[in-house]
Design a protein around this ligand. Sequence first.
Ligand SMILES: *Cc1c(COP(=O)(O)O)cnc(C)c1O
Length: 412
Amino acid sequence: MGIDAHVASFVAEIEAGLAARFAKIDEIAAVNQLKILSAMQDARLGDSHFNDSTGYGYHDEGREVLEKIFAKIFRAEAALVRPQLISGTHALAAALFGNLRPGDTLFSPVGKPYDTLESVIGIRDAAGSLAEFGVKYRQSDLLGDGGFDYEKIRAALADEPKMATIQRSKGYSWRKSFTPSEIRELILFIRQNSPRTIILVDNCYGEFVASDEPVEADLLAGSLIKNPGGGIAPGGGYVVGKAEYVEAAATRLTAPGLGSAVGPTLGMTRTLLQGLFLAPQVVSAALKGAVLAAAVFSKMGFDVNPGVFDARSDIVQAIKLGRPEAVLAFCRGVQAAAPVDSYVTPIAAPMPGYSHGVVMAGGTFVQGSSIELSADAPMREPYIVYFQGGLTAAHSRAGVVFAADEVFKLRT
Ligand SMILES: *Cc1c(COP(=O)(O)O)cnc(C)c1O
């Protein structure tokens, strides 16, 4: 396919040294596979649940079982898993708007949240933001080493903010992604200092990367075109947690008085469940690609985050490429490795919800799906590319090879 033979063997040699690392990833996938299998069995999932519902979607038993399964996996009282949730941002917005009221405060103890949440919260001016509805926002930045600044967090909790939001994944930043046990520690600290604060975890990109989830949170939210959709879900999002808070999110999604009782599945129930069932395997494929990318690009002299042997809590591999041409070359490689739209050249463009131009590579079966092989980068200093996904380990590997080939070409 036009790949330089030297690049191919360079990657193959590096990959040969990663067998033990990959075996660990497979172990976690096995645990998560059983977790999902057992949730499906406990919910007595049956063939009849794949029936379709339309219109209001009253008494949709398939939807009820799907939500029971999600609740079980996240050890939650309730779950809202809906095709009507467009994305992770939408699921998070429903959880926030559903539970916050004018005069309340939202607090982030982990610094600035993901770019699209800036307009939801109103950190960046946006019509309809929480700020416009009189919800205040505060954040406590992370320490220089990426840890939680407990002194500042304690001070911010003194007036008991209504909600706290914790982002598990690094997003478009160079920090570490927090593991479920690190998040647990932070949640316990918040509870000690402000027991009534509702704690939401943005779990995007984190699902099934570890053998546990940050289930101590009051609410968790994420996207079905990332990890938990297994690359099969054609769309959707989820919110899980305490029944009262999940219902408040449902009420925001539908309407007061309707809540979670309505919502047609429009024929998607089977694919959402099948995607969930495959998710541990797909996440493990993506993780192998991420680890390989870390190994290859660090060998090429770039800073990578996380490192090859670091603990991982999301599927995202950040690579500091340092200049815009290298970011574009990397993205060209990933695009050229895609099954769909492989012939197009990714360039930076404005995107709804983002303040900078963003370049996005991803020739995906589901539009914008980033559990499928993809790479994206906000076009700003220090020119970091975020690489993730791959439905099979071989495809994720191909993404690394094609991207490395393009970046090597730039050097010669
Ligand atoms: C992807 C992502 C989101 C939500 O983005 P959508 O594109 O709306 O699904 C939120 N937070 C983090 C950390 C993410 O990675």
